[in-house]
Design a protein around this ligand. Structure first.
Ligand code: APR
Length: 262
């Protein structure tokens, strides 16, 4: 594709509000001090998720599961969004930005992102342990306040964190997320190992002729479809590079399209 045509297409593309979709994971919040799950110091290396992050564990030992999530809720009070979260939010000034996140923290919202879809629930919310999808029972719950046994949801059942447990199925939100990925004009994956849930499928959905980026310090060979530009950096540095790419017509993507990829 000749440079002039590409320049024209780009100016056409950038002069129009683009739909930029971010798919994020624990890595984007690692730079804020929250640990990831599967890295050497990850949470699931410290505790067995099946003992703390399942509906059956909540049923068998509610005190232990609630104590685990109360700790994670308190921890959220002590951290703040980092520059990577802020760059994502700032892009909303120019473009239509959607964030699809596996994270249960509220750092994207605190950074100013207005369209955030949580695939795995939110630590700032509680729900019913009888029917977690009952809209009358899903409520914001101040992070300062621990969820205690005996705290009841609107349906009279024990209150629980509004988190998707490992032995529970993702809801309609996954189909909605899939549609957004298909419609993306630019797609960016930040800080996820793509090892659970719908995330590994979502990265297959964006059109092949749109800029697709992966930001992660890890080696992803064989784990991401061809055509993704891998900015092998931590979230903050990676998002700075992505912002520069966006400002300069996605040169790395252009090279791929021209078959000149390194
Ligand atoms: N910046 C960017 N990426 C990072 C950073 C960083 N500072 N530190 C680590 N990473 C990358 C790792 O290389 C890894 O690819 O973030 C990813 C973290 O992977 P996981 O720990 O598996 O977290 P995630 O992919 O978000 O897990 C998905 O699994 O346990 C469930 O519900 C939980 O939502 C979570 C889901």
């Amino acid at each position: 594709m000749c440079h002039i045509l590409r320049k024209t297409l780009y100016l056409q593309r950038m002069s129009v509000r683009q739909h930029i979709v971010f798919l994020t994971g624990a890595g984007i919040s690692a730079d804020s001090g929250l640990c990831t799950f599967r890295d050497p110091d990850g949470l699931w290396r410290q505790v067995d998720p099946l003992e703390f992050c399942t509906a059956s564990a909540l049923h068998e030992n509610p005190e232990r599961v609630l104590a685990f999530y109360n700790r994670r809720r308190r921890e959220l009070l002590s951290v703040r969004p980092n520059e990577a979260h802020r760059i994502v939010a700032e892009l909303e000034l120019i473009h239509d930005v959607t964030v699809i996140t596996q994270n249960v923290d509220d750092l994207h919202e605190r950074a100013g992102s207005t369209k955030v879809i949580h695939l795995h629930g939110e630590l700032t919310k509680v729900t019913s342990s009888r029917n977690r999808l009952n809209p009358d029972c899903i409520k914001d719950f101040p992070l300062e306040r621990p969820i205690l046994t005996g705290d009841l949801a609107a349906d009279g059942s024990q209150l629980r964190p509004a988190i998707l447990f490992f032995d529970e199925y993702p809801t309609f939100v996954s189909e909605y997320a899939a549609r957004l990925c298909r419609d993306a004009d630019v797609f960016v994956v930040v800080g996820t190992s793509l090892s659970v849930g719908v995330a590994p499928d979502l990265v297959l959905l964006p059109r092949k002729d749109v800029p697709r980026y992966l930001i992660d310090p890890d080696d992803f060979s064989g784990r991401i479809p061809d055509g993704y530009i891998h900015l092998r950096e931590k979230a903050v540095e990676g998002m700075r590079l992505f912002r520069k790419e966006a400002e300069e017509e996605f040169p790395s993507f252009a090279r791929v399209m021209d078959g000149r990829a390194e």
